[in-house]
Design a protein around this ligand. Sequence first.
Ligand code: ATR
Length: 269
Amino acid sequence: MPRYAVFGQPIAHSQSPRIHAMFGAQLGIAVDYRAIEAGHGGFTHALDAFARDGGVGANVTLPLKADAFALCATRSDRAQRCGSVNTLVRDGDDWRGDSTDGIGFLRDLERLGFDACGRRVLLLGAGGAARAVAFALADAGARELMIVNRTRERTTELARALRFDGAFGCELAQVGTLDGRYDLVVNATSAGHDGEAFALPPRLLERDALGYDLSYGRAAQSFLAWAREAGAKTASDGLGMLVEQAAESFAIWHGRRPDTGAILAALRD
Ligand code: ATR
């Protein structure tokens, strides 16, 4: 039976094996999908062993999206553009890379009734997940994209890569100087995963704003608490995006798309 897996560190908390099992059950497809712990050092070795063992498809999560991008022999256009890979497909003796984060993010915004077209967006983070989201937002017609990151050089580099007049960069330490009134604030940093929190000013949000954290569970708590406090109309974690990006990966591997609404509702229960 072909094998699938998600690689990352930490990975024990991952909901992906459960989600793919639910997709398989829904569509009557037998799925062998497990979680494999690997960090920067051991990823290539772990992936080789996985392939030898019948591995034909994988997801990669924190902190491996750039590593996965680098090791692919070929990549989809969307992965190539955003410089990030979260989905691997075995292709002969090589891996082909794709990025389903951006489309997964936009599908979840749609579910939340938020249209990014013409909106002002503040994006926290400039790593692999942030890059996928930034390209998706630019493609969706956002009016302005302010990229805020701890390391300033990465904001400038991402803003330039987007080739979008409305993209700007700002160092996290300077976030208090922004004039605010954003329609959407997205937390794409990994700070919450390390139990770290950073201070954000209260006046960043427009009245009907959406605060969205790409993480879920404990890692999202601090940002979502800030968003509610700051007056966001909606504060959402990234569980919906997780399900949507997983559905896109599932469709790439199995050729069929699951009904995500039912799965998300079951996970929320
Ligand atoms: P991913 O692929 O999931 O995006 P990543 O590429 O390691 O992971 O990116 C992590 C992001 O979280 C980066 O934007 C990082 O900021 P730096 O570019 O300055 O490293 C951000 N990040 C991680 N820990 C943080 C913290 N404690 N405070 C603020 N930002 C943090």
